[in-house]
Design a protein around this ligand. Structure first.
Ligand SMILES: C[S@@+](CC[C@H](N)C(=O)[O-])C[C@H]1O[C@@H](n2cnc3c(N)ncnc32)[C@H](O)[C@@H]1O
Length: 294
């Protein structure tokens, strides 16, 4: 990223002018979503909602608001993602907490939610027991529990921080009594049967991590990214364990990275699992596949 342009002066400006100045500052720092990010940070600095920004656009920002805005903009220009600065991320229909040390859930993972909703209703019945392996913030588990109102869920993650984040998001979404979270290695300590397993495991090749965008490399935990030498280590373990804990007609739906669909399917086939459905992300790339013992 290039160095940001001129110092940003926002004290005493209107909210509207502050927004323009913040947008220009972020643009000069090479931030792609400069408008959206400058707006979100201004709302936080001023303690207002979107409506107040529109209806009272001419109101001047106070000195403390201006100072806070500048400090938030500086963090964004230095590469900290807006969701991490705000500690919040909109995912599916939910507003989730994002914590340090836990993967920031991405819109791409909504492809896995869409797929899970389709295959979860396989044979016309909604799933009753759902498992999220590598639950991170709990984004997938919360989204599917939101859609399958009679289901109970289990989240598993090797990271203590992730387990705590999932518990917090489940509680905030009012799903605390429908789900339990355990620290563990994939399905190693679990007893089935589960009707639906979802997983977005780490799938970046270890050698590619140093070259990731700094917003990912410097802020998402390595445990959530590192898929081993070929990026596929986690799938080997997931598919090895899945047949033992899938119920009759059970389905496992997994997310993967660009170009991995074929390799992931071969690994699943090697464990007696056949592809039954797939989903693309918003750019049209294969992003998630569902497998069952057929
Ligand atoms: C790519 S993140 C996905 C997080 C979340 N499900 C989401 O979609 O936002 C992968 C998660 O797998 C967890 N993980 C990595 N290795 C694991 C293992 N051996 N057993 C269980 N969880 C693991 C990481 O801690 C991380 O939370």
């Amino acid at each position: 990223m290039p160095a940001p342009d001129a110092p940003l002066i926002v004290v005493g400006l209107s909210r509207d002018a502050s927004l323009s100045a913040g947008r220009a500052f972020l643009r000069s720092a090479g931030v792609d979503a400069a408008d959206e990010d400058a707006r979100a940070l201004l709302l936080v600095a001023c303690g207002i909602d979107r409506l107040a920004l529109v209806t009272a656009a001419a109101a001047p920002v106070s000195e403390s608001e201006a100072q806070q805005y500048r400090s938030l903009l500086d963090r964004r220009a230095a590469g900290e993602p807006t969701s991490r600065i705000l500690g919040r991320r909109a995912f599916w229909t939910l507003d989730l907490e994002v914590r340090p040390g836990v993967l920031d859930p991405r819109p791409d993972s909504e492809a896995l939610v869409r797929l899970a909703l389709r295959v979860g209703r396989r044979h016309g019945r909604a799933p009753r027991r759902i498992l999220d392996l590598g639950c991170g913030s709990g984004a997938l588990l919360c989204a599917v529990l939101d859609e399958f109102a009679d289901a109970h869920g289990v989240g598993v993650d090797l990271s203590d921080e992730a387990c705590a984040a999932t518990r917090a998001n489940l509680a905030a979404c009012d799903f605390g009594r429908r789900a339990a979270v355990f620290r563990g290695r994939w399905s190693a300590a679990l007893v089935g049967p589960f009707d639906l397993i979802v997983s977005n495991p780490p799938y970046i090749r270890a050698g590619d991590i140093a070259g990731l965008d700094r917003e990912v490399r410097d802020h998402d935990p390595r445990l959530a990214l590192d898929g081993g030498p070929d990026g596929l280590d986690a799938y080997r373990e997931l598919f090895a364990g899945a047949p033992d804990i899938l119920g009759r007609d059970g389905v496992i739906a997994v997310e993967f990275g660009s170009g991995q669909a074929g390799d992931v399917e071969l690994l699943a086939n090697g464990r007696g699992l056949q592809k039954i459905d797939a989903e693309q992300d918003i750019t049209g790339r294969p992003r998630a596949s569902a497998f069952a013992i057929t």
